[in-house]
Design a protein around this ligand. Structure first.
Ligand code: ADP
Ligand code: ZN
Ligand code: ZN
Length: 700
């Protein structure tokens, strides 16, 4: 007799078909089994979902499963629970989460191909089982590292490792991973990093360290891999052959049945939050997953997120039971000193100064000694706006509420939001005036400007200073970023100009001076997280300096900031390397203002041809929402709809609405009830092209 199964399929984001579908099967298939099922006129990948499918009247209508991918062991109960949780928490369908987190090529691969793949890996299976030998390749631990590792080996749960850049955090991750693997021959470790492309050195370091485990024991997972590579990595993790999974945020959703340790490096990094589709936070899911699978979770950062800081206490602080245990490593390895902060008061500099005289002098001195300089500016292109001096025309994008940026290298005007690219007009398109000027400055201009300023500054050997720029424009071609970074490492570059892209994680040994040319924007931003991000960015950037103990002890290393607000408390904390002070000060402000982590937020966003249509949908949603709130008596606030900061992109108008509560549970329950109403409303607001809920949004 046929049995009925509940099967999840990948449903389009907002189809109402969000629960599992019912199919029949001749044999009983356990939950977690991957199957192929008919859906409409095609066949699609499905996942057998826990729960009884009610034997429906008219069972003849119920289609049979086409085949089960029995080569692949069913996904385990923990993984299924993780998917169910993530879907419910982030207000998406379980089908979207579960199927979306599987490697895409599982959809098309034939069972024969799978069998072949799996047979191959059985043959190549690890012959070496010697994680103990791993420690031999490692340096002797510092006292701080040893203490942290001791705490980790004694404890369970979630830890926040607060350690300065260069304090040896990565070494702690590797040691802890080795320990966990040595204790249990099946144990698997997951190491998450913000952007794998930016840290090829880390991957190399991990592979080298664990080479004794065999080549299949370490796999990577990130979106830059080919479908075949992704499938291979996924199979290795799922079968338990991979002992260490190194990946970006998507890896947190992989099947890793024997997971015993999750490391989240640079846990404060915004790229852990998926910004489209299912908007999940990989860091937060890692913490949840750790609890679910009884795996230790280690969040690491030199500038922890205020959320993690708030949730953590040091082990000696017995006041209240913290959610996370905070461990710290304040010292840099090998006496490498932390950089001195130097502030240039731009109010005292000549107007329109880009690179102030004292900064320039300091750069010259460093370059003369053969040291490297890193210059940061958070804006790419040559100038953010072109304008006509006669009629006031500006290079607005016709499709977006933004200006097109002037790129001098190919004399183009480019919109960074819709990618519209056009040649720079010879004369003002509005009045014909030939005098079109550039307003403001981007990395391209700084590169050019520095080349002029430094042209008679010779290097130690008398040759001219070499300047390079790294930003999204210079690294568009595949492999370019890695190539350019290698040039910096090899010392082929003296001055590196770049966006925040270059501030993260790289280990540039000879950099002794880092300069942020114009960071003031974030001090008074409407985005309440802007100061937190700026502090992290500048600390990270400062961490690029003085990695080489020998260089930095001879002449010290420096972080320069050009600002109109030199006395701003953020810079004071930066000067003292006072992460705790900064966190406490920000948390006090947030507590007073009732902002996260003292409240919980979600956004409802809508897109339509007109702003009115987008807002009409949101406000209707607000009305139904408030109606529900009144009857449920919940402490949730739904604010009125407003245009998004960047209101129009590619001719689409965007609006959003904030939902806030001091109780996470109340917010969740409100959102769960609201979903149904939103689907119904959407049917009446046909002009709304897209809508989405963003839970715990990072940018408001
Ligand atoms: P972080 O991840 O905190 O920036 P790393 O683990 O990368 O720090 O360590 C910084 C540098 O110090 C690296 O070059 C690393 O190889 C080295 N290092 C780490 N731990 C030790 C140690 N115990 N003894 C000597 N060198 C170490
Ligand atoms: Zn004009
Ligand atoms: Zn545009």
């Amino acid at each position: 007799m046929a049995t009925f199964l509940q099967v999840l399929v990948a449903t389009p984001a907002h189809s109402r078909l969000s629960g599992p579908l019912t199919y029949q099967s001749e044999v009983q298939l356990p939950p977690g089994t991957l199957v192929r099922v008919p859906l409409g006129s095609r066949e699609t990948l499905g996942l057998v979902w826990p729960g009884e499918a009610a034997p429906v009247a008219g069972a003849m209508q119920i289609k049979p499963v086409c085949e089960a991918l029995s080569e692949i062991a069913p996904l385990d109960a923990h993984w299924l629970e993780l998917m169910a949780f993530a879907a419910s928490y982030y207000q998406r369908s379980a089908g979207e989460f579960a199927l979306g987190s599987l490697p895409p090529s599982l959809r098309d691969v034939s069972r024969q191909q799978l069998q072949r793949k799996l047979a191959k890996r059985d043959k190549a299976s690890n012959t070496v089982d010697a994680p103990r030998t791993v420690a031999l390749a490692a340096p002797a631990l510092t006292a701080e590292q040893a203490q942290v590792l001791q705490q980790l080996s004694r404890g369970t749960g979630t830890f926040l490792l607060h350690g300065n850049t260069g304090s040896g955090k990565t070494e702690v991750y590797l040691r802890r991973a080795a320990e966990v693997m040595a204790q249990d021959p099946q144990a698997q470790v997951m190491m998450l990093v913000p952007e794998i492309n930016l840290t090829p050195q880390l991957e190399e370091r991990v592979r080298k360290r664990f080479a004794a485990l065999g080549e299949h024991a370490i796999v990577s997972m990130h979106s830059g891999m080919t479908p075949a590579q992704r499938l291979n990595s996924w199979l290795s993790a799922h079968t338990g052959q991979a002992r260490l999974v190194l990946g970006t945020r998507l890896a947190v959703l992989a099947s890793v049945p024997h997971l015993k340790l999750i490391v989240v490096d640079e846990e404060h990094d915004p790229s852990y939050k998926q910004q489209e589709g299912a908007r999940y936070s990989a860091r937060d899911l890692a913490v949840y997953r750790g609890r679910l699978q009884s795996a230790q979770v280690l969040l690491g950062s030199a500038t922890p997120s205020l959320e993690s800081w708030h949730h953590s206490r040091s082990p000696t602080d017995a006041n209240d039971a913290p959610r996370y245990v905070r461990l710290s490593m304040p010292s840099r390895i090998g006496q490498g000193s932390l950089p001195q902060l130097r502030r240039v008061d731009m109010g005292k500099q000549p107007r329109r100064t880009l690179v102030s005289a004292p900064l320039l002098a300091a750069m010259r001195e460093r370059l003369g000694r053969g040291e490297q300089v890193l210059v940061l500016l958070n804006r790419r292109g040559y100038a953010p706006v072109l304008h006509c001096t006669s009629c006031g025309w500006k290079s607005e994008c016709p499709h977006c509420s933004a200006f097109r940026v002037f790129h001098k290298s190919d004399r183009s005007l480019r919109c960074h939001h819709c990618s519209l690219t056009q040649p720079v007009p010879r004369a003002c398109p509005a009045c014909g005036n030939q005098d079109i000027g550039a307003l403001g400055h981007g990395t391209e201009k700084i590169e050019e400007h520095l080349a002029e300023l430094l042209q008679d500054t010779p290097r130690a050997d008398g040759s001219p200073v070499r300047i390079a720029r790294i930003d999204a424009d210079s690294t568009r071609a595949k492999g370019e970023l890695v190539r350019q970074l290698a040039q910096v490492h090899d010392g082929d570059v003296d001055v590196l100009v770049g966006t925040q892209m270059v501030a993260k994680g790289h280990d540039f040994r000879r950099v002794t001076l880092v300069a942020a040319l114009n960071p003031d924007g974030a001090l008074f931003s409407a985005d309440f997280r802007a100061p937190e991000r700026l502090f992290a960015l500048l600390s990270q950037a400062a961490g690029r300096a003085g990695r080489d103990a020998q260089l930095s002890t001879s002449h010290g290393c420096e972080m320069w900031v050009q600002t109109f607000h030199p006395a701003h408390p953020l810079f004071e904390c930066l000067k003292q390397h006072d992460v705790a002070g900064f966190a406490e000060q920000q948390l006090t402000e947030r507590r007073q203002a009732g902002l996260p982590p003292f409240s919980f937020q979600a956004l409802l966003r809508a897109e339509a041809r007109t702003q009115e249509a987008a807002q009409a949908f949101l406000n209707a949603a607000r009305d139904t929402g408030q109606h529900g709130l009144a009857s449920q008596g919940q402490a949730v606030t739904v604010y009125p709809a407003v245009p998004m900061g960047l209101q129009r992109v590619a001719n689409v108008e965007r609006a959003q609405m904030l939902i806030e509560s001091t109780s996470r549970r109340a917010l969740q329950s409100f959102l769960n009830h609201w979903q149904e109403d939103l689907h119904a409303l959407r049917d009446r607001h046909k002009s709304v092209s897209r809508w989405a809920i963003d839970v715990d949004p990072l940018v408001i």
